[in-house]
Design a binder for this molecule. Structure first.
Ligand code: ATP
Ligand code: MG
Length: 321
């Protein structure tokens, strides 16, 4: 069983879709879980109203993209269970282990007013994984170290107090779809990009998508060729087109001789890929009762699934009734 999360630190973009959500919707196993990790979006300055809105939006997008509603939930709807398990795991984790996390060093260490949660969120992430008994966690390079921490904590808890947790393993998602920022192909497309000109959001209107793709940075070469090192901007466009069609970038390249024609094809493919998701998301967002029902059911299923692990862990560590 696998678990994956997406953080509502911004609006969902094409990279999230092609690199993660699309695959979650098509290759997920019958009891895989996907969650909107809203608690993880509070480790740096955040706006409560925006966070709430993005959380609903993201949940709606996951369902609209085709992930069965019974496999999604919102992290904060399990805050009691996760809060309790996080504490148990913090009591299993050394300060040094947490402080070694590269993400913490990069984002926070030494900065004034840095939130304690930025240091401890990998332990919450371990709780996300261990509560559900996930055996595999598909993660990118940047989160690998956090899954290793979850692994170490599961082993240590099991060895010290008794067998409760499945020891999870990080699995690298299939290579390919690493979508880059259209205006700066040196960076990956990201929710937290300062400038949205090169980021295509799942809910962008078709005309805006076309404009963003037309303005994508290319290069001064002629002809169309898939050469990620020398021609990263063009390679990105080819990867996007290939990702939308389920083909390979080098094969797609052979169809085009000019950047103009390539951009037109990319724009249309992206518009058509995102159109049904955008429409279904807007329908869901216009039906708060339906969205609330999905949220409630998702939360109670996930809480039930994890309950026996939390109860056993509490008992074994010497707490609870
Ligand atoms: P942030 O900038 O806040 O880290 P993000 O866009 O990287 O946001 P995450 O919530 O970190 O999004 O990741 C959600 C999922 O989307 C992960 O599975 C991640 O690997 C995938 N993902 C994120 N950005 C890209 C991208 N540019 N191309 C492909 N996949 C991506
Ligand atoms: Mg990220």
């Amino acid at each position: 069983m696998r678990i994956s999360g997406i953080t509502p630190s911004g609006h969902t973009h094409l990279g999230n879709h092609l690199g993660a959500i699309q695959r979650w919707a098509t290759d997920g196993g019958p009891d895989d879980l996907y969650f909107v990790s809203d608690l993880h979006a509070m480790t740096t300055t955040h706006n409560p109203g925006k966070l709430r809105g993005r959380t609903s939006e993201m949940l709606a997008i996951l369902v609209a993209a085709g992930i069965p509603a019974e496999r999604v939930f919102v992290q904060s709807d399990l805050s009691r269970e996760l809060g309790a398990l996080t504490w148990i795991l913090e009591c299993t984790c050394s300060y040094g282990e947490a402080a070694r996390m590269i993400q913490f060093k990069e984002k926070g260490s030494g900065q004034p007013g840095v939130r304690l949660s930025l240091l401890t969120y990998p332990v919450l992430m371990a709780a996300d994984i261990l509560l559900q008994g996930a055996a595999e966690v598909p993660v990118g390079e940047d989160q690998n170290q956090h899954v290793e921490l979850a692994r170490a904590l599961a082993r240590r808890f099991n060895g010290t107090y008794g067998e409760v947790f499945t020891v999870p393993r990080p699995v690298l998602p299939p290579t390919g779809a690493r979508v880059r920022d259209l205006s700066d192909p040196a960076r990956k497309m990201s929710k937290s990009a300062r400038d949205a000109a090169g980021v295509v959001f799942v809910l962008d209107e078709p005309d805006l998508i076309r404009r963003k793709v037309r303005r994508a940075v290319t290069d001064g070469f002629t002809g169309v060729e898939y050469a990620p090192e020398e021609r990263p901007g063009v390679a990105n466009l080819l990867e996007i087109l290939a990702g939308c069609r389920g083909e390979r970038p080098a094969d797609v390249a052979a169809e085009f001789s000019s950047y103009g024609a390539l951009k037109e094809a990319v724009a249309e493919a992206v518009v058509e890929t995102l159109r049904p998701i955008r429409e279904r998301t807007l329908e869901l967002l216009a039906d708060p009762a339906e969205l609330a029902r999905i949220r409630k059911e998702g939360a109670s299923r996930a809480a039930e699934r994890g309950e026996h692990r939390l109860t056993s862990a509490m008992r074994l560590i010497g707490a609870g009734m």
